[in-house]
Design a protein around this ligand. Structure first.
Ligand code: SF4
Length: 388
Protein backbone atom coordinates (compact mmCIF):
# COMPACT_ATOMS: atom_id res chain seq x y z
CA UNK A 1 0.00 0.00 0.00
CA UNK A 2 2.87 2.36 0.66
CA UNK A 3 4.00 2.62 -2.99
CA UNK A 4 0.44 3.16 -4.06
CA UNK A 5 -0.01 5.72 -1.31
CA UNK A 6 2.97 7.69 -2.48
CA UNK A 7 2.26 7.62 -6.20
CA UNK A 8 -1.49 7.37 -6.63
CA UNK A 9 -3.57 10.51 -7.02
CA UNK A 10 -6.58 11.53 -5.00
CA UNK A 11 -9.59 10.25 -6.95
CA UNK A 12 -12.45 12.56 -7.81
CA UNK A 13 -15.49 11.28 -5.92
CA UNK A 14 -18.46 10.15 -7.94
CA UNK A 15 -21.72 12.04 -7.53
CA UNK A 16 -24.49 10.32 -5.67
CA UNK A 17 -28.04 11.58 -5.31
CA UNK A 18 -29.50 11.90 -1.84
CA UNK A 19 -33.24 11.80 -1.47
CA UNK A 20 -34.21 9.15 -4.00
CA UNK A 21 -36.50 9.85 -6.90
CA UNK A 22 -39.57 11.00 -5.05
CA UNK A 23 -38.29 13.53 -2.57
CA UNK A 24 -38.96 17.19 -3.34
CA UNK A 25 -35.55 18.22 -2.11
CA UNK A 26 -32.74 16.19 -3.64
CA UNK A 27 -29.10 16.81 -3.00
CA UNK A 28 -26.01 15.91 -4.95
CA UNK A 29 -23.12 14.57 -2.92
CA UNK A 30 -19.61 14.26 -4.34
CA UNK A 31 -18.28 15.19 -7.78
CA UNK A 32 -17.79 18.94 -8.18
CA UNK A 33 -20.82 19.68 -6.03
CA UNK A 34 -20.50 21.91 -2.93
CA UNK A 35 -19.31 20.19 0.24
CA UNK A 36 -22.47 19.52 2.27
CA UNK A 37 -22.73 20.42 5.95
CA UNK A 38 -24.38 18.08 8.45
CA UNK A 39 -25.22 17.90 12.10
CA UNK A 40 -26.73 15.21 14.28
CA UNK A 41 -29.87 15.65 16.39
CA UNK A 42 -29.05 15.46 20.10
CA UNK A 43 -32.35 14.15 21.53
CA UNK A 44 -34.35 10.93 21.09
CA UNK A 45 -37.24 11.20 18.63
CA UNK A 46 -39.97 9.46 20.68
CA UNK A 47 -41.58 11.72 23.26
CA UNK A 48 -40.67 14.94 21.45
CA UNK A 49 -43.04 17.04 19.38
CA UNK A 50 -42.32 16.48 15.69
CA UNK A 51 -43.68 19.89 14.67
CA UNK A 52 -41.27 21.56 17.08
CA UNK A 53 -38.42 19.48 15.65
CA UNK A 54 -39.43 20.41 12.09
CA UNK A 55 -39.41 24.10 13.09
CA UNK A 56 -35.89 23.83 14.49
CA UNK A 57 -34.77 21.92 11.39
CA UNK A 58 -35.99 24.84 9.27
CA UNK A 59 -33.93 27.20 11.46
CA UNK A 60 -30.86 24.97 11.07
CA UNK A 61 -31.39 25.04 7.31
CA UNK A 62 -31.46 28.85 7.41
CA UNK A 63 -28.05 29.02 9.09
CA UNK A 64 -26.50 26.75 6.46
CA UNK A 65 -27.17 23.15 7.47
CA UNK A 66 -27.76 20.80 4.53
CA UNK A 67 -28.49 17.44 6.23
CA UNK A 68 -29.48 16.28 9.72
CA UNK A 69 -28.92 12.76 11.05
CA UNK A 70 -31.13 11.14 13.66
CA UNK A 71 -30.31 8.20 15.90
CA UNK A 72 -32.80 5.38 15.29
CA UNK A 73 -32.14 2.84 18.07
CA UNK A 74 -35.57 1.11 18.05
CA UNK A 75 -38.77 0.63 16.05
CA UNK A 76 -40.58 3.44 17.87
CA UNK A 77 -37.83 5.84 16.75
CA UNK A 78 -38.04 4.45 13.21
CA UNK A 79 -41.80 5.20 13.09
CA UNK A 80 -41.22 8.74 14.37
CA UNK A 81 -38.39 9.20 11.87
CA UNK A 82 -40.70 8.27 9.00
CA UNK A 83 -43.34 10.73 10.21
CA UNK A 84 -40.70 13.47 10.47
CA UNK A 85 -39.54 12.96 6.86
CA UNK A 86 -43.06 14.07 5.81
CA UNK A 87 -42.96 17.23 7.95
CA UNK A 88 -39.66 18.78 6.86
CA UNK A 89 -37.77 19.79 3.77
CA UNK A 90 -34.49 19.10 5.55
CA UNK A 91 -32.86 15.98 4.08
CA UNK A 92 -32.73 13.44 6.92
CA UNK A 93 -30.39 10.54 7.58
CA UNK A 94 -31.31 7.56 9.78
CA UNK A 95 -28.41 6.37 11.90
CA UNK A 96 -28.63 2.62 12.45
CA UNK A 97 -26.55 0.34 14.63
CA UNK A 98 -27.03 -3.34 15.52
CA UNK A 99 -30.47 -3.96 13.98
CA UNK A 100 -30.76 -3.98 10.19
CA UNK A 101 -34.57 -4.17 10.39
CA UNK A 102 -34.55 -0.55 11.56
CA UNK A 103 -32.76 0.42 8.35
CA UNK A 104 -35.32 -1.52 6.30
CA UNK A 105 -38.21 0.26 8.01
CA UNK A 106 -36.66 3.76 7.82
CA UNK A 107 -36.25 3.44 4.07
CA UNK A 108 -40.06 3.39 3.80
CA UNK A 109 -39.87 7.09 4.70
CA UNK A 110 -37.64 7.75 1.65
CA UNK A 111 -34.93 9.53 3.66
CA UNK A 112 -31.90 11.22 2.15
CA UNK A 113 -29.63 8.47 3.37
CA UNK A 114 -29.22 5.58 5.77
CA UNK A 115 -26.06 5.27 7.83
CA UNK A 116 -25.04 1.76 8.88
CA UNK A 117 -22.04 0.64 10.87
CA UNK A 118 -20.47 -2.52 9.43
CA UNK A 119 -18.82 -3.21 12.79
CA UNK A 120 -22.15 -4.02 14.40
CA UNK A 121 -24.84 -4.55 11.78
CA UNK A 122 -24.35 -8.32 11.93
CA UNK A 123 -24.11 -10.91 9.15
CA UNK A 124 -23.39 -10.26 5.48
CA UNK A 125 -26.95 -11.35 4.72
CA UNK A 126 -28.31 -8.49 6.82
CA UNK A 127 -26.19 -5.96 4.94
CA UNK A 128 -27.38 -7.51 1.68
CA UNK A 129 -31.02 -7.12 2.74
CA UNK A 130 -30.36 -3.42 3.43
CA UNK A 131 -28.69 -2.96 0.02
CA UNK A 132 -31.59 -4.64 -1.82
CA UNK A 133 -34.13 -2.37 -0.16
CA UNK A 134 -31.93 0.68 -0.83
CA UNK A 135 -31.93 -0.24 -4.53
CA UNK A 136 -35.74 -0.61 -4.51
CA UNK A 137 -36.26 2.73 -2.76
CA UNK A 138 -33.39 4.70 -4.37
CA UNK A 139 -31.87 5.36 -0.96
CA UNK A 140 -28.22 6.27 -0.59
CA UNK A 141 -26.23 4.56 2.16
CA UNK A 142 -23.31 5.75 4.23
CA UNK A 143 -20.97 3.06 5.44
CA UNK A 144 -19.87 4.58 8.73
CA UNK A 145 -16.78 2.96 10.20
CA UNK A 146 -15.66 4.08 13.66
CA UNK A 147 -12.37 3.31 15.33
CA UNK A 148 -14.30 2.42 18.49
CA UNK A 149 -16.32 -0.33 16.80
CA UNK A 150 -13.90 -2.01 14.42
CA UNK A 151 -14.43 -5.71 13.62
CA UNK A 152 -12.66 -7.97 16.15
CA UNK A 153 -10.09 -9.44 13.73
CA UNK A 154 -8.96 -5.95 12.67
CA UNK A 155 -8.58 -4.89 16.30
CA UNK A 156 -6.37 -7.94 16.87
CA UNK A 157 -4.33 -7.07 13.77
CA UNK A 158 -3.61 -3.63 15.22
CA UNK A 159 -2.63 -5.11 18.60
CA UNK A 160 -0.24 -7.58 16.98
CA UNK A 161 1.41 -5.02 14.67
CA UNK A 162 4.70 -3.35 15.61
CA UNK A 163 4.47 0.25 16.75
CA UNK A 164 5.06 3.05 14.26
CA UNK A 165 8.34 4.84 14.81
CA UNK A 166 7.98 8.25 16.42
CA UNK A 167 7.00 11.01 13.95
CA UNK A 168 6.31 8.47 11.20
CA UNK A 169 3.08 9.29 9.46
CA UNK A 170 2.67 6.15 7.41
CA UNK A 171 4.40 2.86 6.74
CA UNK A 172 3.11 -0.10 4.80
CA UNK A 173 5.03 -2.31 7.23
CA UNK A 174 2.93 -1.19 10.16
CA UNK A 175 -0.75 -1.93 10.51
CA UNK A 176 -2.34 1.10 12.20
CA UNK A 177 -5.82 2.05 13.28
CA UNK A 178 -6.04 4.10 10.06
CA UNK A 179 -5.24 0.97 8.00
CA UNK A 180 -7.93 -0.92 9.92
CA UNK A 181 -10.53 1.77 9.26
CA UNK A 182 -9.80 1.58 5.52
CA UNK A 183 -9.84 -2.23 5.56
CA UNK A 184 -13.21 -2.30 7.36
CA UNK A 185 -14.69 0.09 4.78
CA UNK A 186 -13.14 -1.86 1.89
CA UNK A 187 -14.66 -5.13 3.10
CA UNK A 188 -18.07 -3.56 3.28
CA UNK A 189 -17.74 -1.98 -0.16
CA UNK A 190 -17.03 -5.43 -1.62
CA UNK A 191 -20.53 -6.49 -0.57
CA UNK A 192 -22.00 -3.33 -2.15
CA UNK A 193 -20.02 -3.97 -5.35
CA UNK A 194 -21.63 -7.40 -5.70
CA UNK A 195 -24.94 -5.60 -6.14
CA UNK A 196 -23.36 -2.92 -8.33
CA UNK A 197 -24.59 -0.43 -5.72
CA UNK A 198 -22.92 2.89 -6.49
CA UNK A 199 -24.73 5.23 -4.07
CA UNK A 200 -22.51 4.44 -1.10
CA UNK A 201 -20.72 7.20 0.79
CA UNK A 202 -18.08 6.23 3.34
CA UNK A 203 -16.89 7.67 6.62
CA UNK A 204 -13.91 6.51 8.66
CA UNK A 205 -13.84 8.30 11.96
CA UNK A 206 -11.14 8.12 14.56
CA UNK A 207 -10.88 10.23 17.68
CA UNK A 208 -7.42 11.50 16.79
CA UNK A 209 -6.67 14.02 14.08
CA UNK A 210 -3.73 12.05 12.70
CA UNK A 211 -5.66 8.80 12.25
CA UNK A 212 -8.61 10.61 10.71
CA UNK A 213 -6.43 12.38 8.15
CA UNK A 214 -4.48 9.25 7.29
CA UNK A 215 -7.47 6.92 6.92
CA UNK A 216 -9.31 9.34 4.66
CA UNK A 217 -6.23 10.05 2.57
CA UNK A 218 -5.47 6.37 2.02
CA UNK A 219 -9.09 5.74 1.06
CA UNK A 220 -9.36 8.72 -1.30
CA UNK A 221 -6.38 7.45 -3.29
CA UNK A 222 -8.09 4.13 -3.92
CA UNK A 223 -11.85 4.68 -4.15
CA UNK A 224 -14.31 7.05 -5.79
CA UNK A 225 -16.95 6.86 -3.09
CA UNK A 226 -17.74 10.30 -1.62
CA UNK A 227 -16.29 10.73 1.85
CA UNK A 228 -18.13 12.05 4.88
CA UNK A 229 -15.52 13.67 7.14
CA UNK A 230 -15.64 13.78 10.91
CA UNK A 231 -13.46 13.42 13.97
CA UNK A 232 -15.47 11.24 16.29
CA UNK A 233 -15.89 12.14 19.96
CA UNK A 234 -13.92 15.32 19.22
CA UNK A 235 -14.88 16.79 22.58
CA UNK A 236 -16.44 19.99 23.93
CA UNK A 237 -16.81 23.19 21.92
CA UNK A 238 -13.25 24.48 21.93
CA UNK A 239 -11.19 21.28 21.72
CA UNK A 240 -13.69 19.77 19.30
CA UNK A 241 -13.46 22.70 16.92
CA UNK A 242 -9.66 22.84 17.14
CA UNK A 243 -9.21 19.12 16.36
CA UNK A 244 -11.79 19.12 13.62
CA UNK A 245 -10.48 22.26 11.95
CA UNK A 246 -6.95 20.85 11.73
CA UNK A 247 -8.18 17.55 10.25
CA UNK A 248 -10.65 19.11 7.82
CA UNK A 249 -8.22 21.78 6.62
CA UNK A 250 -5.64 19.14 5.72
CA UNK A 251 -8.22 16.98 3.93
CA UNK A 252 -10.36 19.63 2.24
CA UNK A 253 -7.24 21.37 0.89
CA UNK A 254 -6.55 18.13 -1.03
CA UNK A 255 -10.18 17.97 -2.20
CA UNK A 256 -10.87 15.06 0.13
CA UNK A 257 -14.35 15.17 1.65
CA UNK A 258 -17.77 15.67 0.09
CA UNK A 259 -19.66 16.30 3.30
CA UNK A 260 -18.61 17.23 6.84
CA UNK A 261 -19.89 17.11 10.37
CA UNK A 262 -18.20 18.87 13.29
CA UNK A 263 -18.99 16.53 16.23
CA UNK A 264 -19.18 18.56 19.41
CA UNK A 265 -20.44 18.00 22.94
CA UNK A 266 -22.51 21.08 22.23
CA UNK A 267 -25.58 22.24 20.30
CA UNK A 268 -26.50 21.40 16.70
CA UNK A 269 -26.42 25.14 15.98
CA UNK A 270 -22.80 25.42 17.10
CA UNK A 271 -21.86 22.35 15.05
CA UNK A 272 -23.38 24.05 11.99
CA UNK A 273 -21.76 27.43 12.66
CA UNK A 274 -18.35 25.77 13.18
CA UNK A 275 -18.76 23.70 10.00
CA UNK A 276 -19.86 26.71 8.03
CA UNK A 277 -16.83 28.73 9.14
CA UNK A 278 -14.47 25.86 8.30
CA UNK A 279 -15.96 25.48 4.83
CA UNK A 280 -15.75 29.23 4.20
CA UNK A 281 -12.16 29.54 5.41
CA UNK A 282 -11.14 26.45 3.38
CA UNK A 283 -12.65 28.05 0.28
CA UNK A 284 -15.43 25.47 -0.03
CA UNK A 285 -18.36 27.77 0.62
CA UNK A 286 -18.87 31.37 -0.38
CA UNK A 287 -21.47 34.03 0.27
CA UNK A 288 -23.52 34.54 3.37
CA UNK A 289 -22.64 36.67 6.37
CA UNK A 290 -18.97 37.14 7.28
CA UNK A 291 -18.92 38.14 10.90
CA UNK A 292 -15.89 39.73 12.56
CA UNK A 293 -15.95 40.85 16.17
CA UNK A 294 -13.30 42.06 18.58
CA UNK A 295 -12.43 40.00 21.67
CA UNK A 296 -13.46 42.90 23.96
CA UNK A 297 -11.22 44.44 26.60
CA UNK A 298 -11.30 47.06 29.32
CA UNK A 299 -11.70 49.87 26.79
CA UNK A 300 -15.02 48.64 25.52
CA UNK A 301 -17.77 51.15 25.06
CA UNK A 302 -20.34 48.49 24.49
CA UNK A 303 -20.68 44.78 25.20
CA UNK A 304 -19.46 43.02 22.04
CA UNK A 305 -19.92 39.49 23.43
CA UNK A 306 -23.50 40.06 24.51
CA UNK A 307 -24.32 41.66 21.14
CA UNK A 308 -22.76 38.78 19.18
CA UNK A 309 -24.59 36.25 21.36
CA UNK A 310 -27.92 37.98 20.66
CA UNK A 311 -27.30 38.42 16.95
CA UNK A 312 -25.18 35.50 15.76
CA UNK A 313 -27.95 33.08 14.78
CA UNK A 314 -30.14 35.86 13.37
CA UNK A 315 -27.23 37.09 11.23
CA UNK A 316 -26.32 33.63 9.93
CA UNK A 317 -29.96 33.09 8.98
CA UNK A 318 -29.94 36.28 6.85
CA UNK A 319 -29.95 35.63 3.14
CA UNK A 320 -27.34 38.34 2.52
CA UNK A 321 -23.82 38.25 1.17
CA UNK A 322 -22.29 40.89 3.44
CA UNK A 323 -19.57 41.49 6.04
CA UNK A 324 -20.51 42.57 9.56
CA UNK A 325 -18.06 44.06 12.09
CA UNK A 326 -18.88 44.25 15.79
CA UNK A 327 -16.27 46.23 17.75
CA UNK A 328 -16.07 47.34 21.35
CA UNK A 329 -14.46 50.76 21.07
CA UNK A 330 -12.90 53.44 18.91
CA UNK A 331 -9.39 51.85 18.91
CA UNK A 332 -10.24 49.46 16.08
CA UNK A 333 -13.97 49.97 15.77
CA UNK A 334 -14.15 52.73 13.18
CA UNK A 335 -11.39 51.08 11.09
CA UNK A 336 -13.05 47.66 10.95
CA UNK A 337 -16.50 49.19 10.81
CA UNK A 338 -15.55 51.17 7.72
CA UNK A 339 -14.30 48.11 5.85
CA UNK A 340 -17.44 46.11 6.55
CA UNK A 341 -20.76 46.42 4.78
CA UNK A 342 -22.23 47.13 8.19
CA UNK A 343 -20.31 47.82 11.39
CA UNK A 344 -21.26 48.63 14.93
CA UNK A 345 -18.86 49.99 17.53
CA UNK A 346 -18.90 51.43 21.00
CA UNK A 347 -17.52 54.95 21.54
CA UNK A 348 -17.53 55.89 25.22
CA UNK A 349 -21.22 56.50 26.03
CA UNK A 350 -22.34 56.11 22.44
CA UNK A 351 -22.78 53.37 19.86
CA UNK A 352 -22.05 54.13 16.23
CA UNK A 353 -23.34 52.20 13.23
CA UNK A 354 -21.47 52.39 9.92
CA UNK A 355 -22.70 51.34 6.51
CA UNK A 356 -20.21 50.98 3.68
CA UNK A 357 -17.74 53.13 5.59
CA UNK A 358 -20.09 55.96 6.49
CA UNK A 359 -21.57 56.71 9.90
CA UNK A 360 -25.32 56.29 9.54
CA UNK A 361 -26.47 56.17 13.18
CA UNK A 362 -25.10 57.52 16.44
CA UNK A 363 -26.91 56.49 19.62
CA UNK A 364 -26.33 58.19 22.95
CA UNK A 365 -26.67 55.55 25.67
CA UNK A 366 -25.84 57.81 28.60
CA UNK A 367 -28.35 57.60 31.45
CA UNK A 368 -30.10 54.52 29.99
CA UNK A 369 -30.39 51.28 31.95
CA UNK A 370 -29.15 47.98 30.44
CA UNK A 371 -32.54 46.94 29.12
CA UNK A 372 -33.11 50.30 27.43
CA UNK A 373 -29.63 50.21 25.90
CA UNK A 374 -30.19 46.75 24.38
CA UNK A 375 -33.59 47.76 23.01
CA UNK A 376 -32.26 50.93 21.40
CA UNK A 377 -29.11 49.33 19.94
CA UNK A 378 -30.92 46.26 18.57
CA UNK A 379 -33.71 48.29 16.97
CA UNK A 380 -31.23 50.63 15.27
CA UNK A 381 -29.01 47.79 14.07
CA UNK A 382 -31.97 45.82 12.73
CA UNK A 383 -33.22 48.86 10.79
CA UNK A 384 -29.81 49.45 9.22
CA UNK A 385 -29.34 45.74 8.45
CA UNK A 386 -32.73 45.46 6.78
CA UNK A 387 -31.91 48.37 4.51
CA UNK A 388 -28.85 46.61 3.09
S1 SF4 B 1 -11.86 47.13 19.65
FE1 SF4 B 1 -11.62 48.19 21.60
S2 SF4 B 1 -12.79 46.95 23.06
FE2 SF4 B 1 -12.42 45.65 21.29
S3 SF4 B 1 -10.54 44.56 21.83
FE3 SF4 B 1 -9.96 46.32 20.57
S4 SF4 B 1 -9.44 47.91 22.10
FE4 SF4 B 1 -10.64 46.32 23.19
Amino acid sequence: MSEQFKTSKIKKPRTIILGGKEQVKRLKLGGDNPVLLQTMWKEPLPGNNLDDIAKRLAELQMIGCDIVRFAVPDMESAEEFIKLTKKTEMPLVADIHFNHKLALRCMDGLPAKIRINPGNIGSKEKTEAVIKKAIDTNTAIRIGVNSGSLPGDLKRKIMQAPMLKKNTEFSSQVYTRASALVEAATRELEIFDKFNFKDAAVSMKASTVKETILANEIFARQFENPLHLGVTEAGPLISGIVKTTIAFDRLLSKNIGSTIRVSLSDSCENEVIAGREILTECGKRSGGIRLVSCPRCGRKGFDVQAFVKRWQLKLFAENKNISVAVMGCVVNGPGEGKHADIGITGAEDSVIIFKHGKVTTKLNLKDLNDEEKIKLVDAAFEKELNSL
